[in-house]
Design a protein around this ligand. Structure first.
Ligand SMILES: [Zn+2]
Length: 320
């Protein structure tokens, strides 16, 4: 069982306004944790640049031109109240897309069993024609479309356990019954979408949680709504929008999960990938704004992807 981790140093240069929660220290902490010997068996690659033609599988040409055209040379541009671009941002977003499509290549060509993309900016709020919620390009939706276009994947699923609803992925998948989107998220909360009644072509499965919900409600939502619908969809590739801001320590959400809940969800998704998708799983980092909780949660998530083949004890970020 080999897990590949894709990242790029430019993703640490995408730095917005002071006090902005989506900050470079998030990724720096994750990479510090992944330097621990436990993860020695994991494969590592630098993320290539994303290709324009791949971005256009999920976004309009106007959107790509707008992001490229907004890219500042020496200042900061705000695309909305909380979505920023600095000089490094365009390349960081392109590397996030490149990580996603390279992960698809590696998994579809059986070079590895699964992959984790340790990148930022995140992507799941970016709709086909607009950036929002810290997201410029929807890397995971691009990965899904790329897997179909390049490898003939017929049914691609995205499961999203970020505390925020992935309105962008839902938007891009809405009219296509061969793409599945399942999400647990807090409501009410940004971006406001994600009701049970939002079902697309019967391919969208929202499972909203309430502020204060913890492990029990989260697992119940997975067991009753996400996992049965995903199993029935019979995906030939399982993608995970892995946001860790449903952690109890997170400052942006009020769901009360802990590391073991993320490990549990990961293993459940891997069971379904085993059953239908020849084990093919790709996980993309989305949110998670408490630095220590994010790093430790990514650690157990990757431990699950590696099926416990790491060496020694799984590290805790606070002990590093
Ligand atoms: Zn989030």
């Amino acid at each position: 069982m080999l897990t590949l981790c894709l990242t790029h140093p430019i993703c640490l240069q995408h730095a917005g306004p002071l006090e902005h929660p989506e900050r470079p220290e998030r990724l720096a902490a994750v990479l510090k944790l992944l330097d621990h010997g436990y993860f020695d068996e994991m494969g590592r690659e630098e993320a290539p640049m994303g290709r324009r033609e791949d971005i256009l599988l999920a976004h309009t040409e106007e959107h790509l031109r707008l992001i490229e055209g907004t890219s500042p040379e020496d200042s900061m541009e705000m695309l909305d109240a909380d979505t920023f671009m600095v000089p490094a941002s365009f390349e960081a977003a392109m590397r996030a897309v490149g990580a996603a499509t390279r992960a698809v290549d590696a998994v579809m060509l059986r070079e590895v069993d699964n992959a984790f993309c340790a990148v930022r900016p995140p992507g799941h709020h970016a709709e086909g024609d607009r950036a929002m919620g810290f997201c410029l390009f929807n890397s995971i939706a691009i990965a899904a479309e790329y897997a179909r276009e390049t490898y003939g994947a017929e049914r691609v699923a995205v499961v999203d356990f970020d505390v925020h609803h992935g309105n962008g992925t839902q938007n891009i998948f809405w009219s296509d019954a061969d793409l599945y989107y399942g999400s647990t998220h807090q409501m009410p909360l940004f971006p406001g979408s994600g009701e049970l009644s939002e079902t697309g072509q019967g391919n969208i499965f929202n499972a909203p949680l309430r502020a204060g919900d913890g492990s029990e409600h989260f697992r119940e939502a997975f067991d009753s709504r996400i996992l049965p619908s995903l199993d029935a969809f019979e995906p030939d590739l399982v993608l995970i929008s892995a946001g860790f801001d449903a952690h109890a320590a997170d400052p942006l959400g009020s769901v009360e999960l802990h590391e073991e809940d993320f490990a549990w969800a990961t293993l459940k998704l891997m069971e379904i990938a085993d059953r239908h998708a020849d084990n093919r799983v790709i996980s993309m980092m989305e949110g998670g704004y408490d630095i220590a909780a994010l790093a430790s949660s990514v650690g157990v998530h990757i431990q699950a992807l590696m099926r416990g083949t790491g060496t020694g004890d799984i590290p805790n970020y606070e002990d590093l």
